[in-house]
Design a protein around this ligand. Structure first.
Ligand code: NAD
Length: 355
């Protein structure tokens, strides 16, 4: 686009950007961040509004919203023809490991087929960058006593149908780069936390249960380790990759905050002034990954990005957000009848809170 404007050090070009999954947890945070940093850009959000997508998250924002599924080839092609996108930021996915254990099929449909439909449209209509948001879960897990970290060169060894479907979509993106020269970048991040996350996920679920003085059910012994990334840090890394990352590259994004699940639960209880007696251990998840740890030195050295969030501070802010926005706000509604749990089932089955 030709109307570039001088910023302090470089020229910013106005971009037409498609954000898929922009009504979900990370997508919502990203859309807000993007509009704040690049207000001249035109954003179009494409989202199927499944159990985890909430259109009201985007109320009042300057963007076009399209309700639709990324695997709907006809609709996606029409949209690309009409809008002539410069950048695609692809968040849309089925994202919950426990759901993938119960029903893998929708994960293949959305995460693999949907990504391929978008890649084809990007190839047919021409774009400047296709950024695919992936996960460190595609690397599998590390032993609890290991001190290793995943690099971008680590072996791909997904454990769950969710991570296998994400690994497949990564491979498809890289194949479109190699075969068709499509300008693709991929980011693989650790566990995000922050505002707008569905109550099915670990941290919001623990906050919600603690606030209601209900038992915090934790898988196994709670020793599993995750690296926690504040969602705003994730958003800043993605924008940095879009603006300055190299086409064809994969960038790991980490939060530098490895924590045992049990310690996260205890921290939440402490911040809310509740007793640790609320903690209850339940049977472990099938194939439960032990430890994720991510080496993000590539994005640090190439793009100068580092996470700013300090875990306890970020957690306090997240708890404040859930308080202000009501603990009930994100209850899973079973909307669209699409693989959603009824609120009763969601309470029962997701009570150990997946991550
Ligand atoms: P989310 O479940 O909160 O949001 C997903 C969004 O995609 C929802 O708005 C949903 O309605 C939409 N969607 C689902 N299927 C769709 C389809 N077929 N067509 C169009 N839209 C559809 O997920 P999230 O936590 O925000 O994750 C976003 C992305 O980041 C995903 O690709 C996920 O794999 C990746 N990721 C998430 C985390 C995390 O900690 N949450 C960590 C690593 C990677």
């Amino acid at each position: 686009m030709e109307d570039g404007k001088e910023n302090e050090n470089f020229i910013i070009f106005k971009m037409k950007v498609l954000v898929t999954g922009g009504a979900g947890f990370i997508g919502t945070n990203y859309v807000k961040y993007h509009l704040e940093k690049r207000p001249a850009d035109e954003l179009v959000v494409l989202d199927a509004l499944t159990y985890s997508g909430h259109k009201e998250n985007l109320a009042g924002l300057n963007l076009r919203f399209i309700e639709g599924r990324i695997e709907d080839k006809v609709m996606v092609n029409q949209l690309f023809e009409e809008e002539k996108f410069d950048w695609i930021v692809h968040f849309a996915a089925e994202s919950h490991v426990d759901r993938s254990i119960r029903n893998p099929e929708i994960f293949v449909t959305t995460n693999v087929l949907g990504t391929q439909v978008l890649l084809d449209a990007a190839r047919n209509f021409g774009i400047k960058r296709f950024h695919h948001v992936s996960t460190d879960e595609i690397y599998g897990d590390l032993g609890l006593n290991s001190t290793d970290k995943f690099t971008e060169e680590s072996f791909i060894a997904p454990s769950s149908p969710y991570s296998a479907s994400k690994a497949s979509s990564d491979m498809m993106c890289l194949a479109y780069k190699r075969t068709f020269g499509l300008p693709v970048t991929i980011s693989r991040c650790s566990n995000n936390y922050g505002p707008y996350q569905s109550l099915e996920n670990f941290i919001p679920r623990m906050i919600d249960l603690a606030a209601k003085d209900e038992k915090l059910q934790i898988y196994g012994t709670g020793e599993n380790i995750r690296d926690w990334l504040y969602v705003k840090d994730h958003c800043s890394a993605i924008l940095e990759i879009l603006e300055s990352g190299r086409s064809g590259e994969i960038y790991n994004i980490g939060g530098d905050s490895e924590m045992k699940n049990i310690d996260v639960a205890k921290m939440i209880l402490k911040i809310l002034g509740k007793s640790e007696d609320l903690i209850e251990f339940v049977a472990d998840r099938k194939g439960h990954d032990e430890r994720y740890a991510i080496d993000f030195s590539k994005i640090k050295s190439e793009l100068g990005w580092t996470p700013r969030g300090v875990f306890e501070e970020g957690l306090r802010q997240t708890i404040e957000w859930y308080k202000l926005n009501s603990y009930e706000r994100n209850h899973i509604s079973g909307r669209n009848g699409h693989e959603a749990l009824s609120s009763h089932e969601s309470h029962k089955q997701a009570s150990a809170a997946g991550l």
